[in-house]
Design a protein around this ligand. Structure first.
Ligand SMILES: Cc1ncc(COP(=O)(O)O)c(C=O)c1O
Length: 428
């Protein structure tokens, strides 16, 4: 098909009808070919898993049962192996005593932190949050659906915060935190999910220094993509624990990370990092629920990853696989719909997603058409609290999982569906 070059809004009714018929025919053809493609979740592809499967060959040798004199096979070291704490401290640029190494999922540590606030309160809470009436939570949008599901699960009222190219809109945030019922905020500070935004220095300092009415206000600092550039060199990022301390708010932040997208999702190691006082408080609560986490897996990770530098080397191997996939999606979008003015998308250099804003009022319809044509995408609205995108516009694209041939096809189908949905909308 000859690529259409005119902006859709400028089409005459006759041109629109012709374009609709052409797009519909293309869509019917895709649909008839019985495809089953998936751009829904940010999962590493098989090639990436193959790269890191060397971790399986790292069965522990006899002399590797010991780590800093501790037998990794036994109970002990609730906060994780000292060597694993040092490794994450190296990656996050904080101190080992600020790091707690847990199980296989940072999401579980995040849920658990919120849960502890709810049932017990945090370090500076006057009591458990459940006794405080309505708790409100700041949610930069578009954002990560699983974050929103946690705060929704506890019945918090979620307040959407508009994102800017520098991070969350800080005027909005500074005004919102004057309300003492606003207890915290979700943040993905580096390569945010889904827009790939890196919070600016100014944003970081304003978050660390702002006056909050709630004394126990908490930044849930989910640094899931801390070493995850696929384009260009590693970008060092400020240690938020130090920045908060510098502004006199050392207990404001709890940072999370994991090796889910460094080694194996679901079989990696996660951590949180916080002030030493927070650590003492949280460890006391955690000691009731576990004697220790999986130190054997922690030891395998320490032996396999070794250091931040070696981890960054490994991330370059992931990048070599991911980069062409992101380029493929961006090129397809540009070639197929770049001139139609029906969508905008970002050009991330790291993380796992491309965020696309379709013509308002068309995201749901476009994704329904995708589904009918055999392409599964993250549900429309998922990037907003309660699944409600007020503009029905944002679509999260996850290019990492499918092989590149499938990915190109899936992106082409998405483009046809965006065209159809836009034409239908313009038709009124
Ligand atoms: C921002 C963000 N945080 C956390 C996770 C999940 O991390 P984990 O596997 O450590 O639970 C993801 C996965 O996509 C993510 O995008």
């Amino acid at each position: 098909m000859a690529e259409f070059v005119k902006e859709y809004a400028a089409l005459t009714p006759e041109e629109r009808a012709r374009e609709y018929d052409a797009a519909r025919e293309e869509w019917e053809r895709f649909k008839a070919s019985g495809l089953k493609l998936n751009m829904a979740r940010g999962k590493p592809g098989k090639e990436q898993l193959d790269v890191v499967s060397g971790i399986f060959f790292r069965m522990l040798e006899h002399d590797e049962y010991l780590s800093d004199g501790e037998d990794v096979r036994n109970y002990g070291e609730l906060a994780g192996l000292p060597s694993a704490r040092r490794l994450f401290a190296d990656i996050l640029d904080c101190k080992p005593e600020q790091v707690f190494v847990g199980g296989n999922a940072s999401l579980q540590l995040m849920y658990d932190t919120i849960s502890k606030g709810f049932t017990h309160g945090l370090l500076h809470s006057s009591g458990p949050w459940f006794k405080e009436g309505m708790i409100r939570w700041l949610c930069p949008v578009p954002g990560y659906d699983r974050h929103f599901r946690i705060t929704e699960d506890f019945g918090f009222e979620m307040i959407p915060v508009p994102m800017t190219p520098n991070g969350p809109n800080m005027d909005f945030v500074e005004s919102a935190v004057k309300d003492p019922s606003v207890k915290g905020m979700w943040c993905v500070p580096k390569y945010s999910n889904p827009q790939g935004v890196i919070y600016s220095e100014e944003t970081i300092h304003r978050l660390a220094s702002m006056k909050t009415a709630a004394p126990d206000f908490l930044l849930m600092w989910d640094n899931a993509y801390v070493v995850h550039e696929f384009e260009g060199e590693y970008q060092p990022f400020p240690d938020m624990l130090s920045v908060c301390a510098e502004h006199g708010n050392p207990h404001r932040v709890i940072e999370f990370a994991s090796t889910s997208k460094i080694t194996l999702p679901g079989a990696g190691v996660s951590c949180f990092a916080c002030s030493v006082e927070n650590m003492t408080y949280l460890k006391r609560l955690l000691s009731v629920q576990a004697i220790s986490f999986d130190k054997v897996n922690q030891q395998r990770h320490v032996l396999y990853l070794r250091s931040k530098q070696r981890t960054l080397d490994l991330m370059k191997e992931h990048a070599a696989i991911l980069r062409p996939k992101f380029r493929c999606v961006e090129e397809t979008l540009e070639n197929k719909i770049g001139k139609l003015n029906i969508a905008k998308w970002n050009h991330p250099k790291g993380g796992y997603f491309i965020s696309l804003d379709a013509m308002p009022g068309t995201a749901r319809r476009a994704l329904h058409l995708c589904h009918q044509a055999g392409v599964t995408m993250t549900a429309a609205g998922a990037t907003y609290p309660y699944g409600l995108d007020p503009l029905d516009s944002n679509i999260r694209i996850a290019p990492s999982y499918p092989p590149i041939g499938e990915l190109r096809k899936a992106a082409e189908i998405l483009c046809v569906c965006l065209r159809l949905a836009a034409l239908e909308k313009l038709e009124g």
